[in-house]
Design a binder for this molecule. Structure first.
Ligand SMILES: Cc1cc2nc3c(=O)[nH]c(=O)nc-3n(C[C@H](O)[C@H](O)[C@H](O)COP(=O)(O)OP(=O)(O)OC[C@H]3O[C@@H](n4cnc5c(N)ncnc54)[C@H](O)[C@@H]3O)c2cc1C
Length: 446
């Protein structure tokens, strides 16, 4: 029986994974390069808050944690669009009762660390993985405060150390045929805060995800429990209108005045925040293999970092944990088979959600000004409304159908898109898109 498991990285996915493993009776040690965020004020990293949806909740539910996390989350029932002319529109995410949750990355991570500790996981902070000795199956950690190194041996090692994983690099350097792809999109993001109103009141509608769609860029805002909203501006790094060009207070104010006028009054210290907060990049990472025989696996962003345009990175990492758990149920202590099956199932699913997320980005960047594309979206929305079981948008399958694999959602999206491409070629489509004939034709192709 393999008993000792080392988890590298105590972020969202490493923490949940360690709970799953510890509750099965494994002796789990988890090492984190930063300090303990429950005791120190440590910046959480990539984004301040996240959209948690049904896949993530299902994985939490299996560990009995979903209720506790729902208590620190805010339901968001749909998108609240802020148009340039000042008009607004609410688009529900799905049917009644289908919603996603805004949750603070830091608070969620802290709850998971507490639960990990209560489950018997040993936690080590300020310990940074910098080498793995594959012959001995030992991880070498350096304490970032003392610079002392420690060798920790393990029967199974999990690399849960995020998009820029040191464990993955060690694996890559010692693997003859390691496939690796890393792709940065040409947009970055900057976070800004809309402060709470008097008495921690919300200054915008609370239970929605706010979006200011502006063709070549967009601003979104998610609510936090203390009444403020975290906004994320997704915007090109370079070019005529870009982060690079917004280099003075006057330019930032003028850009917001013309582009997001209704936010100006909500962010009194806009320019201070704008120049204090960093511009961060958005990357997709794909790699293979994720495993080494029966003793090592990558999980979460370390295996598959994706861009956030489906709000699925963490959800996907949590799903990794749930699937791994199901495989442990099935194959007991046969780690060769568990890890082989884990990779076999999860790699195509992770690739699928990575590709869906990038295509969503490309749609937003390149197509939202195209009248034909907008007509297609209207036609698809109408089809879904009239035939909700037959025509299902990728967003619904990904977000609200946790038992449907990402790869199946991807195939469904491709099939629907192929049908749409044919239909949109019809010369009469502008006049007849609402006709019964078109509707019947589409349904006959499904
Ligand atoms: C702008 C933005 C918005 C997002 N929004 C969403 C969303 O709405 N919904 C969603 O599901 N996902 C979202 N994501 C994705 C989500 O943030 C990630 O998928 C998620 O954080 C992955 O968790 P992880 O534990 O795998 O990695 P991380 O959260 O990156 O955690 C990795 C941990 O490993 C530690 N570590 C790193 N290197 C070492 C080392 N050498 N030794 C020891 N420890 C190490 C780090 O300090 C960190 O604690 C978003 C991402 C971005 C960038």
């Amino acid at each position: 029986m393999k008993k000792n498991i080392v988890v590298i990285g105590a972020g969202l996915v490493g923490s949940l994974l360690s709970i799953y493993l510890s509750r099965r009776g494994y002796k789990v040690k988890m090492f984190e390069r930063r300090g303990d965020m429950r005791q120190e004020n440590i910046p959480g990293g990539r984004s301040i808050n996240l959209a948690l949806s049904d896949r993530g909740l299902l994985a939490l539910e299996k560990m009995g944690l979903a209720e506790e996390i729902r208590n620190i989350a805010i339901p968001m029932h749909g998108r609240f669009m802020h148009n340039l002319d000042g008009s607004t529109a609410f688009q529900p995410y799905g049917k009644e009762g289908q919603y996603i949750h805004s949750v603070s990355r830091g608070e969620l991570n802290k709850k998971l660390l507490d639960a990990a500790e209560q489950s018997g996981v040993e936690l080590f902070f300020y310990e940074k993985c910098f080498e793995i000795n594959w012959q001995e199956n030992e991880v070498v950690f350096e304490n970032v405060l003392t610079e002392n190194t420690t060798d920790v041996d393990a029967d199974v090692i999990f690399g849960a150390d995020g998009a820029f994983s040191a464990a993955r690099l060690q694996h890559q350097l010692n693997h003859e045929k390691f496939d690796y792809q890393q792709h940065y999109i040409d947009w970055g993001y900057k976070e800004l805060t809309i402060p709470a109103g008097p008495g921690n009141s919300f200054r915008l509608e609370k239970n929605v995800l706010h979006i200011w769609p502006r063709k070549a860029y967009m601003l979104i805002a998610l609510p936090n429990l203390n009444g403020d909203f975290t906004c994320t501006l997704f915007f090109p790094f370079e070019g005529e209108l870009s982060f690079e060009k917004l280099d003075t207070k006057e330019k930032v104010i003028s850009f917001f005045e013309t582009t997001f006028p209704d936010t100006l009054g909500l962010i009194p210290d806009l320019t201070d925040q704008f120049f204090a907060n960093p511009v961060s990049s958005l990357v997709t990472v794909k790699c293979f293999p994720w495993i080494r025989e029966d003793s090592f696996a990558l999980i979460g962003d370390a295996a598959h970092a994706i861009v956030p345009f489906f709000g699925q990175g963490m959800n996907c990492g949590f799903e990794d944990c749930r699937i791994l758990d199901e495989l442990m149920d099935k194959y007991g202590d046969d780690w060769s088979t568990i890890l082989y099956e884990y990779q076999r199932q999860r790699k195509p699913d992770a690739d699928a959600i990575a590709d869906l997320a990038v295509s969503n980005f490309i749609e937003m960047r390149d197509k939202t000004a195209d009248p034909k594309f907008l007509l297609q979206k209207k036609l698809e929305a109408r089809l879904h409304e009239k035939h909700p079981r037959k025509w299902i948008p990728a967003y619904s399958l990904v977000t609200f159908s946790p038992h449907i694999r990402y790869s199946d959602a991807f195939r469904n999206a491709m099939r629907q898109e192929a049908i749409m491409q044919q239909i949109m070629m019809r010369p009469d489509i502008e006049e007849n898109w609402q006709s019964e004939e078109i509707e019947k034709l589409i349904l006959s192709k499904l």
